[in-house]
Write a protein that binds this ligand. Structure first.
Ligand SMILES: [Zn+2]
Length: 469
C-alpha cells in the first residue's frame, strides 16, 4: 500500500473571476536571467487600495514595491497586505534566492539548482477578485528559461500568456522557472503540459512520456476524452521514497488543475506502465473538488476507476482488476466501524467510496442498457468541468442523478454515506459472478449478470495498449 499522506487537502475558497470579464488586470512577470528574482508589474483595470498574498512569508521576499503609475512612489507591505493607495500600476520584485520550503515535506523543492519552484500563492500579490474581474499573466523569459504554471494558456495572446482561473485552492500550486524539460502530450480532448524535473537522460524522459501518455489514455477510456483540456503535470524524481515506480502523486486545484508525480528514476518503462498511481491521480479529474469531509467520494471513485481503467487498457486482466478491488474492500472491512462521511481510516475513505462507485455503476447499468457511471461522468464533464469551486458530496450525487435522469446516486448516498461500515457486496458479487475462494477471486461466467461484469472492464475505445500480465 502506498502512502499518499499529501492528499489530505485543506480548503480555501477563492472568489470567482468570470470568463469574458469586464475588468482585466494585466500582470507582466519578468524572470531574471540568473533566476534570482521576479519583477512583477501589475496594470490594474481600476484603482485598488490593497493587494493580498496567501502566504504569510511573502512580505519577507517582496521588495522595491512602487506605484509605477505615479513615478516611483514606494508602497508598504505588511503581513499579507500590500497597501497600494488606489494605484493602477504596481511593480515589485520577488526574491527567489531566499525561497525556502516551509515544511520538511517540501524539501524536494531544493534539489533542482537550475530551477526555481515557488508557489504563485507566495509571489502573486492580487486584488480582490469578483465575477467581473479576471487576471491575465504574461511572462517575459530570458533565453534558456521555461515557465510552468497550472493556469490555462491564452492562445490568442502569444506564448507564455495565461488566465489565472478561479479554483477551490485545494492546496498551493507550484510554478517552475528554469531549464527544465517541457513536453506536450496530446490525448483525446486534451494537451497535457508536462514538466520533467531532473530528467537529463533522453531515454528516461522518453519512458516518462510514454507512461504519462498511457495513463492519460487510460482515463479517456471513461468517455472518450480526457476531463481537463490542459492540465499542468509535474514529474519529480525521488529515489528514497517507497518501493514502487511511482511512490506517490497528488492533484492540486489552485488557479487551474495540476497533477504532480514523484517517480523512482531507476525503474523501467514496464514498471511505470504497471503502476496504477498515474491512472488514479488522473481519475481524480473526472470529478470536481469535493469538500474535505467527503474525501471518500473523490478517493473512492479514483480507486474504483484506477482498477477499471487498468483493465480496460489491458494493463490488468479482468480477474486481476476484480482481485484488487476485492482486496481493497477487505482491507476496509477490517477497520473500526465508521460511516463514509465520518471515516478516519485511510482504508475506509478509499474503499467504502470505491464500493459505492461499484454499486452505482452496476445499478445504473441494470437500470438502462445505455446507462453507466461512465455516462453520468461524461455529462458531468460536459456541463461542469473543470470546476472553479468546491462541491458538496450530496450536491454532486444529486447533480449526477439530474444529468442521468435517474435516482440511483442519491439513493446510494442516502443509504450509505452516514451508515457505519462497508456496504454489503455479497448479493452484488453473486449477481456478477465474483466468487472468492481462499481470498482469491474466481470469475463465474454463468452468473446472472456476468456480461455486465465483463462490460465494466472491457475496452470502450480503440485500446492504446495490450499489456495483459
Ligand atoms: Zn487519490
Amino acid at each position: 500500500m502506498r502512502v499518499r499522506r499529501w492528499i489530505v487537502l485543506s480548503l480555501v475558497l477563492a472568489a470567482a473571476p468570470g470568463w469574458g470579464a469586464a475588468n482585466v488586470h494585466d500582470y507582466r512577470v519578468t524572470v531574471a536571467p540568473d533566476l534570482s528574482h521576479l519583477t512583477v508589474r501589475a496594470q490594474l483595470a481600476s484603482p485598488v487600495s490593497r493587494l493580498r498574498s496567501r502566504d504569510r512569508e511573502a512580505q519577507r521576499h517582496t521588495r522595491n514595491v512602487i506605484d509605477c503609475g505615479e513615478g516611483t512612489q514606494r508602497l508598504a507591505v505588511s503581513g499579507r497586505t500590500l497597501r497600494s493607495r488606489d494605484a493602477t500600476c504596481i511593480e515589485y520584485e520577488y526574491d527567489l534566492t531566499a525561497e525556502r520550503p516551509r515544511s520538511r515535506r517540501r524539501s524536494y523543492l531544493l534539489q533542482f539548482p537550475d530551477n526555481r519552484l515557488v508557489s504563485p500563492a507566495s509571489w502573486l500579490w492580487l486584488p480582490r477578485l469578483d465575477a467581473d474581474t479576471e487576471i491575465r499573466v504574461r511572462f517575459d523569459l530570458p533565453d534558456g528559461v521555461n515557465v510552468s504554471v497550472p493556469w490555462l494558456p491564452i492562445d490568442d495572446e502569444g506564448e507564455n500568456a495565461y488566465r489565472f482561473g478561479a479554483s477551490p485552492a485545494s492546496s498551493e500550486a507550484i510554478a517552475v522557472f528554469g531549464d527544465f524539460s517541457y513536453r506536450e502530450i496530446a490525448v483525446p480532448g486534451a494537451t497535457l503540459r508536462v514538466t520533467l524535473l531532473g530528467a537529463d537522460d533522453a531515454s528516461h524522459s522518453g519512458d516518462l512520456i510514454s507512461w504519462l501518455r498511457a495513463a492519460a489514455g487510460n482515463v479517456t477510456q471513461v468517455y472518450g476524452r480526457f476531463p481537463n483540456p490542459s492540465p499542468q503535470v509535474i514529474v519529480v524524481p525521488i529515489s528514497s521514497w517507497g518501493n514502487s515506480a511511482v511512490p506517490f502523486g497528488r492533484v492540486i486545484r489552485d488557479g487551474g488543475e495540476a497533477v504532480q508525480f514523484f517517480v523512482d528514476p531507476s525503474r523501467s518503462l514496464a514498471d511505470y506502465l504497471g503502476d496504477w498511481t498515474a491512472t488514479h491521480e488522473f481519475s481524480h479529474l473526472l470529478l470536481p473538488y469535493v469538500e474535505g469531509r467527503q474525501k471518500w467520494i473523490s478517493e473512492g471513485f479514483a480507486s474504483y476507476y484506477q482498477n477499471v481503467l487498468m483493465a480496460r487498457s489491458g494493463a490488468y486482466r479482468e480477474t486481476k482488476a476484480w482481485q484488487k478491488l476485492h482486496e481493497g474492500f477487505e482491507r476496509a472491512r477490517t477497520e473500526p466501524l465508521s460511516a463514509p462521511n465520518d471515516a478516519r481510516s485511510r482504508m475506509m475513505v478509499y474503499w467504502s467510496g470505491a464500493a459505492i462507485a461499484l454499486l452505482a455503476d452496476v445499478a445504473l447499468r441494470l437500470e438502462a442498457p445505455a446507462q453507466s457511471l461512465d455516462g453520468l461522468l461524461d455529462r458531468l464533464q460536459a456541463c461542469c468541468l473543470p470546476s472553479e469551486r468546491a462541491w458538496g458530496g450530496e450536491e454532486l450525487f444529486t447533480k449526477l442523478d439530474q444529468l442521468g435522469k435517474t435516482e440511483v446516486m442519491s439513493g446510494l448516498y442516502g443509504r450509505y454515506a452516514n451508515r457505519a461500515g462497508l456496504p454489503d457486496l455479497t448479493a452484488l458479487y453473486d449477481q456478477l459472478g465474483i466468487d472468492v475462494r481462499g481470498g482469491r477471486v474466481v470469475l463465474n461466467d454463468a452468473a446472472e449478470h456476468a456480461a455486465l461484469r465483463r462490460a465494466i472492464m472491457a475496452p470502450k475505445y480503440s485500446p492504446t495498449a495490450s499489456r495483459a500480465r
